[in-house]
Design a binder for this molecule. Structure first.
Ligand code: BG6
Length: 315
């Protein structure tokens, strides 16, 4: 029988806010994801009940060259202010293309899109390197959202380059003061609110009662965000991404951000799979891969699964 309506289309290219090109992914049980070509920016991920799982600010601008506030900005070739480039690099405010002929990459999903970014001449003046950045965004059959980045050094001058990176994921939460993050306790972190000073996290799971902006180093491959009120747990599984940034601007900083509502900090939390502590260096012809898999499960989730000894990443 012929598919009726757009619901059955696994991958649909269409226009989003302000006429920007976007791609909608759908999987048969009903989950969806949306990716803007501007920034290769995932702006929506819903479960099979149609509930939005990512936070996007009601004040997000969707106006280049401003990055979209919320969803999953891609930070490359620089995370934050850890270098001489603009904050979080430039990949999040470039127009990406659909990669029609990507190098083979296995997937079980029918609902995915491959995007590619190559430097413009203007970019080369800021960061004089030639690269191919391929991003695959895929929805798994259970509604998991999977992002795989492949970055290749295509420099013809024989020079290596180094970069830092993050999937700057904004999760939607019911109430930040009811949220717990498991998997980062007892780890070392750089505190962006204390001049990147290095400290060690104490105690149990992280909870939130004020601004936080920390880069946890050498983190497990699995991190969980438990939202008690929603009875939902987000599980992040990551590969090639040893660090994790935790950010919430809280009330004062929120008020200084033009594209963020004053009270919206209550309903979001960024937990960002990243490479910050030890930048990646690629020689010409070399490729790096960084993979993030997100699932949202009911909170019967057993926290014992997060035994760090079992999930420690070789980094
Ligand atoms: C986080 C950084 O990843 O992103 C914070 O650790 C920063 O320091 C935040 O404030 C938001 O950055 P931006 O550039 O999107 O406003």
């Amino acid at each position: 029988m012929a598919a009726s309506g757009s619901e059955r289309v696994a991958v649909e290219k269409c226009k989003g806010i302000n006429g920007l090109d976007k791609v909608v992914l759908r999987e048969p049980r009903g989950s969806t994801a949306e990716v803007y070509l501007y920034g290769a920016h995932v702006t929506s991920w819903t479960n099979d009940h149609g509930e939005e799982l990512l936070f996007v600010s009601s004040k997000a601008m969707f106006k280049p060259p401003k990055a979209i506030r919320g969803g999953i900005p891609v930070c490359f070739p620089q995370f934050g202010s850890h270098g001489s480039l603009e904050q979080h690099g430039f990949a999040r405010n470039r127009f990406w293309s659909i990669d029609t002929d990507p190098p083979p990459f296995p997937t079980n999903s029918k609902s995915f899109i491959d995007l590619i970014l190559k430097p413009s001449e203007e970019d080369m003046q800021k960061w004089p390197h030639s690269y191919e950045f391929r991003l695959r965004v895929a929805l798994g059959t259970g509604g998991d959202l999977m992002l795989t980045s492949r970055i290749r050094n295509t420099n013809a001058d024989g020079k290596p380059f180094s970069f830092t990176f993050a999937y700057h994921t904004y999760f939607s939460v019911s109430d930040i003061s009811e949220v717990r993050v498991e998997g980062l306790e007892t780890l070392d972190y750089l505190d962006n609110l204390q001049n990147k000073e290095r400290s060690t996290e104490q105690g149990d799971a992280l909870t939130f009662e004020s601004e936080v902006d920390k880069i946890y180093l050498g983190t497990p491959t699995k991190i969980a965000i438990l939202d008690h009120e929603k009875k939902r747990t987000f599980v992040l599984r990551k590969d090639g991404l040893p660090d994790a940034v935790v950010w919430n601007p809280w009330d004062k900083k929120a008020k200084t951000m033009a594209d963020f509502g004053d009270d919206e900090y209550k309903h979001m939390l960024c937990v960002e799979a990243a490479v910050v502590g030890k930048p990646i260096t690629l020689k010409p012809g070399e490729e790096w891969k960084g993979r993030l898999e997100l699932s949202a499960v009911p909170s019967s989730y057993c926290s014992g699964q997060l035994d760090p000894q079992k999930v420690l990443q070789n980094s």
